[in-house]
Structures are given as C-alpha cells and as structure tokens.
Design a protein. Structure first.
Lengths: 115, 418
C-alpha cells in the first residue's frame, strides 16, 4: 500500500534555528531518505518552501480568488512529504517514526486512495 | 457426509457459528483486511448451511465447508462491487488465500492476529473491545451496545467506522513485535475481560448466550496465554477469570438465591479450576512484572485460602487492593479496599474508608457502593442509615436474585437476627 507521510512542523522555530542545527537536520533527512531508497520503499518526496511562499486559490460564483498565504494559518505547517510503498500501516508508522521531523513536529500518515 | 435430520443440522450450524465465527472472519479478512465483507460473506455462508445441511447432511469438516462457501460468496461480491485494477488486486488476494487453504484442510486460527488488528493504536480506544466482541464472537451491535451502555445505532455506526479504518488505513492482521506489544496487549486483554464480565453477570447461567460469553472469555484468555506465555498479564487475566468461574456453582443456592462470596460453601468451588489459576499466577509472578490482572487474581487467591484456613487472608487482600488502588485509581477498587479494611481493622475503620468515597459522583448510582456501605453501617449499629443505603442499592440492582438478597438483608436489620 502507498502512504503519504506529511511532515508538519513549527516554521518559526525552523527559521530561527542556528546554522549548525540546520545542517544537522538536513544531514538527518539525507540519511533518512537514503535509508528509504536502500530499502526500496520510497516513491517520492520533497521539501516545501515555508508557508509565506504559499498562495491559495479558490473559485466562487465563477470568480477566481487568489489569496496570499497558506490554507490555514496555524503554528505548525506542512513542510514536506514522502510517498512510500509498504505492506501495511505498521510499516508506514515505523518509517514515520524514523523521520527526523517526527522529533520536532508531527507526521500525518495517510493511505493513498487508489483510483 | 454424515446423514442427519433438520434439527441436528441446525444445531451443528449454530454450534459452528458460535465456535468458529472469529476464526472464519480472521481467515476471510486476513489478506483483504475487509472485515465487513468477510462478515457479509460469512452470514451468506451460514444461510447456505441452514438450507443445505438439513437436506444433504452435515459435512465432515463444517468449518472448512463454511470457509469455502464464504470465500466463493466474497469473490462474487468483489466482482460485483469493484471495478478495474482494484477488483483485480482484491481477487488476487482472495485467490492467494484459496490456494493457501485448498481442500478440506483445517481453517487456520488467526484470531489473535485479528484481535491485535482490532486493538491497534490507530483504532479509537473506546471501540476496541466492542470490535473484538463483534469480529471474534459474532455479537450483534445491539448486544454489544447494551453491554457498554451505548445506544445501538451509535454503536453500530462506530463499529462500521472502525472496520473501514482497518481496511482503508491498511492495519495489519499480525501479533505485534515485542517492542510494541505492551500497550497493544493491554487493549486485547481488556476486551477479553469485557467479554468474560458480560457472561459473568448471569451467574445462574440461565441465558445460554451469556454463559457462553464467560466460556468464550476464558477460551480467548487461554488462547492469549498459550500464544504469549512470557506475558505475565496474559497469564494473570486467565488466572483471574478461572478463579471467578470456579465459584459459579456456589453463587446461587438450590432455591436460586444469591449467595455472597463470604457465605459460599468452599466445597462447591471448582478445585481443578482453582488449581489451574494458582499455577498460572505462580508462573506469572516468576516473570517479575506485576500488573492489574495479576493483582486481581491474587485477591481471588487470598479469598480461596478460606478452603484450608477457614478464613480469607484479609491482610493480604487489603495490601493487594492498596496496590491496585495506587495503580488504577479506580473507585470500585476503593470500595473493595474499604470492605477489606473492615475485616482487618473493624467496621468503623471500613466505614470511614467508604465515607471517604461519598463525594465521588461516579459511585452515586453504583449498586456495590451502596450495598457495601449498608453492610458496614449495619455492622456499626447505624440501623436507619443502613436501611436507607440498602434501599438505594435495591433500587439500583438489575439482577432479581441479588435484589431479593438485599431485601432480605434490609429486613434482617430489624428482624430477630439483627
């Protein structure tokens, strides 16, 4: 089954982190995605720019509305994702727990709905 | 095939339904994780058995027959319901299962794996026990709802949601690895105990279905204890249930009246079950990790001392309830602790301990609280207060035999025996 691991974290804390801390974090993510590649579970994954770079679009009454900012103004924002293919939820949860982001924020695990 | 008439065939179908329900659900849903579809296919298969067996005789292996028919029904249903790649995947899983179970071979017993799926941390804690009762024992939502004091429609909806979660989230049917076992096992044991307790509430054993529940609870407890022999709480729970079940025959006299534990004739207790319980508890204690079920079983064990010593070991009972109280914070434990204190330090001390609970709103409508309070008041000579407490207890008791017992105690307050 495929699962999307959505990495939510505190953007303000990330932005105020020191250089050494950021480097350590990036190295941890490098090792993590390498481990997923080695085991063959990874199907995709990217880091997202902060929510200040987000733009929101909706169409209401035939008019397109474009707004600056993320869908929800919350302290914790989606910062990246991984798409993995594993046998079951337990396997997905154990990969989610290894994600460096799980120690700072939360990882939401969602099964992909096959179409 | 053995030739049998309509009635024996119907009885066999019902017996197999009861004994094999969870096994068949676990077998049918293990790969697809679609519990609801497995239940539907199984209910079709039972209907087919009721039509087929009376006419053609009960098959040699009724369980395998039901599994094969249910499997065919679920293939039909999958073809109808699904389309494209999804159906192909589903049918491939079913085919794998068919290949794995070809012929008349015994249906594998994956009930423990199914129980762990139902008690998965991704499932809402409040629905885990009801889900196990439904998938393993085949209880309908209305029966479960009444056991858990929830509206049947609400219970039904929550069960449906939980089954969707198992399928959609891909929750595995597997006994978890050692590192994750602790919390997961607690949920499984709690559900087993809930099943047993519902059966236990029919002490006269007049309702077959309920009596079977206590037996099924013990059966599930045996299964868990045999598959997880290094888990002291699994052993402790089985010991606790066996201790309670050992006293079933002594809980009613020949007139069908309720006999409280303190007045039961130890000769009526089932010695074989008690010995098994004691041996389990001994094994559990050797594993060196204490827990709620072991403590509760140890309380039963201290009561059983009365067989030899003529009196329960109340000092031990008080200590055990102290430990349970610290572990669970349960007001029910606190009531039992107060009763033990009355035995070790006198009725005034017991009454003081129970008065300390009076402010707990959870006990206002709890019959054992009022009955314990009434008995302690009676022992201290506070007749009027005891009468009021008995009155409250009588009004809260659903079991007619226990009600009669409480009414007699209330009369005795002013009677010749008082």
């Amino acid at each position: 089954m495929q699962y999307l691991l959505m990495i939510y974290g505190n953007e303000a804390a990330m932005q105020s982190a020191g250089k050494a801390e950021v480097e350590q974090m990036l190295a941890a993510y490098g090792a993590y995605s390498e481990a997923m590649r080695t085991s063959g579970v990874i199907r995709g994954g990217e880091r997202l720019r902060p929510s200040s770079a987000a733009t929101t679009v909706r169409v209401a009454d035939g008019k397109t509305k474009v707004l600056n900012g993320p869908y929800a103004e919350t302290k914790e924002q989606l910062g990246g994702y991984f798409l993995i293919d594993v046998p079951d939820l337990d396997a997905a949860l154990s990969w989610a727990a290894r994600c460096p982001g799980a120690s700072h924020g939360v990882i939401e695990v969602r099964p992909i709905w096959p179409m | 095939m053995a030739r049998e008439g309509g009635e024996p065939a119907r009885e066999t179908a019902e017996t197999v339904a009861r004994r094999s329900y969870g096994k068949l659900v676990a077998f049918l849903a293990a790969r697809t994780r679609d519990v609801a579809a497995a239940e539907d296919a199984l209910s079709d298969a039972f209907a087919a058995a009721l039509a087929d067996w009376p006419a053609r005789g009960v098959p040699r292996n009724p369980e395998a027959w039901l599994a094969a028919v249910a499997r065919r029904k679920s293939i039909d249903a999958a073809r109808k319901r699904r389309s494209g790649e999804d159906a192909a995947g589903h049918l491939r899983l079913i085919a794998e299962e068919l290949a794995a179970s070809a012929g008349d071979r015994a249906v594998p017993d994956d009930r423990l794996a199914l129980m762990f799926a139902c008690a998965h941390p991704a499932i809402d804690p409040g629905i885990r026990a009801p889900l196990i009762l439904q998938t393993i024992l085949g209880f309908d939502a209305a029966t479960i709802a009444s056991a858990f004091l929830v509206a049947p429609a609400a219970m039904s909806q929550r069960l449906v949601r939980a089954k969707s979660k198992i399928r959609q989230a891909g929750i595995p049917f597997r006994v978890p690895e050692r590192a994750d076992l602790g919390e997961r096992l607690d949920a499984v044991l709690a559900a087993i105990y809930a099943a047993f307790a519902e059966g236990w509430s029919d002490p006269a054993g007049t309702e077959t279905r309920r009596r079977n529940l206590a037996e099924e609870g013990i059966w599930l407890g045996r299964l868990a204890a045999s598959l997880l022999p290094q888990e002291p709480e699994a052993l402790g729970l089985l010991a606790l249930m066996l201790h309670a079940e050992a006293r079933r025959g002594a809980r009613r006299n020949q007139a069908g009246d309720y006999v409280p534990l303190a007045e039961q004739d130890p000769a009526l207790w089932d010695a074989r079950m008690i010995e098994e319980a004691e041996a389990l508890l001994f094994r559990a204690s050797a594993l060196g990790m204490i827990g709620r079920y072991q403590l509760e079983a140890a309380v039963q064990s201290a009561h059983v001392v009365r067989r030899r010593a003529g009196r329960a070991d109340w000092a031990a009972i008080e200590r055990l309830y102290d430990a349970l109280s610290a572990m669970t914070g349960s007001p029910v434990v606190a009531i039992n602790r107060a009763v033990a204190i009355a035995e070790t330090r006198g009725p005034e001390a017991g009454l003081a301990a129970i008065e300390a609970l009076a402010a707990d709103a959870r006990l206002a409508d709890y019959q054992p609280y009022w009955a314990a309070r009434a008995a302690l008041l009676a022992q201290t000579g506070a007749v009027e207060a005891a009468e009021r407490a008995y009155e409250r207890a009588i009004g809260l008791e659903p079991d007619a035999a226990v009600r009669r017992f409480l009414q007699q105690r209330r009369r005795d307050l002013r009677g010749p025996l008082a």
